[in-house]
Ligand binder design. Structure first.
Ligand code: SF4
Length: 299
């Protein structure tokens, strides 16, 4: 991938963007957002950077493996995606950081985990792991699911939203057979929960895989309780658990998507008053150096 963050979308994402201005904002830099951009007040702009979490250096433990928290590690399976989201937290490092693209690198990651029995959760991320062929996906899954110490192998993929046809019955059944796979995905507005997306989610859930959604709070996309509630209800109906809503990470270059923290808190309060707990995600910020995600109500 080139050093710049490409403006690429697969045919499905392009079609969705043509029908949904809210999704188009995530695909094209040139799509205008009404109103003024605002700084997220939990962190001053001088701390914004291309790599706020030190993924290129501090938390990179061996080629393609990153660890910020004691009980889990993140494995960079690829730097490719079905579309490159304009708000992506890794836009400053994709194409620059190592990915696990050889059996030797995968073996080194497995050895790193085996040497740390406190690691119980492996995030197979990137990039989007489902851009890889099924056989490669399962090499990653099996390498970690076969370790007794591992309870959860997270397949981190936006494919159910950005290219739902990639989720086939065969892939879902194979992932489900591991008994340790959870799928973490990202939907940001109700327009994205299409018939194809619902079908992809159904294949995964019917194969015994818990499917959760991490939404990013984005100006112009979902910055009202009305839009958020539409999304949470659509996800719940698709059997996708709304898990987190993240404020924008402190990365440089995405200020146009940020909303004031007080507005984010108000949206959370309004959602909490309107919907049951099973459909209500935690609204959090991910801040460099913090021991865990921070509930925005405490900021
Ligand atoms: S799919 Fe995920 S990794 Fe890829 S650009 Fe979007 S947010 Fe970033």
């Amino acid at each position: 991938m080139s050093e710049s963050f490409p403006e690429y979308a697969c045919p499905y994402s392009k079609r969705l963007a043509a029908h949904s201005p809210r999704f188009a904002l995530q695909v094209y830099d040139s799509t205008p957002i009404s109103g003024n951009s605002t700084q997220h007040s939990a962190l001053s702009t001088q701390h914004y950077s291309a790599d706020p979490f030190g993924e290129l250096s501090a938390i990179s433990k061996c080629p393609g493996l990153k660890q910020r928290f004691p009980d889990r590690v993140l494995v960079m399976t690829t730097d490719r995606c079905f579309m490159y989201c304009r708000h992506c937290t890794r836009q400053g490092i994709l194409g620059k950081t190592a990915v696990v693209d050889t059996p030797e690198k995968l073996a080194a990651c497995v050895e790193y985990v085996k040497a740390r029995p406190e690691v119980r959760d492996v995030l197979l991320s990137g990039g989007d792991i489902l851009t890889l062929p099924d056989e490669r996906v399962m090499e990653f899954v099996d390498a970690f699911a076969s370790l007794d110490q591992i309870d959860i192998v997270r397949v981190c993929t936006r494919a159910p939203c950005t290219n739902p046809g990639r989720v086939t019955e065969k892939l879902a059944k194979t992932l489900g057979a591991s008994k340790k796979v959870w799928v973490n995905t990202q939907f940001n507005c109700a327009d994205e929960v299409t018939e194809e997306a619902r079908r992809a989610a159904a294949l995964l859930v019917d194969a015994g895989i818990p499917v959760s959604c991490q939404t990013v709070l984005l100006r112009g996309v979902n910055d009202s309780s009305e839009e958020m509630l539409k999304l949470f209800r659509a996800l719940s109906a698709a059997r996708i658990r709304p898990y987190y809503v993240f404020t924008c990470d402190p990365i440089a270059g995405i200020d146009r998507f940020r909303i004031p923290l007080e507005d984010a808190k108000r949206i959370e309060r309004e959602c909490a008053a309107a919907i049951g707990g099973l459909a209500l995600p935690r609204f959090v910020s991910d801040l460099p150096g913090a021991a865990s995600k921070i509930p925005i109500a405490t900021l």
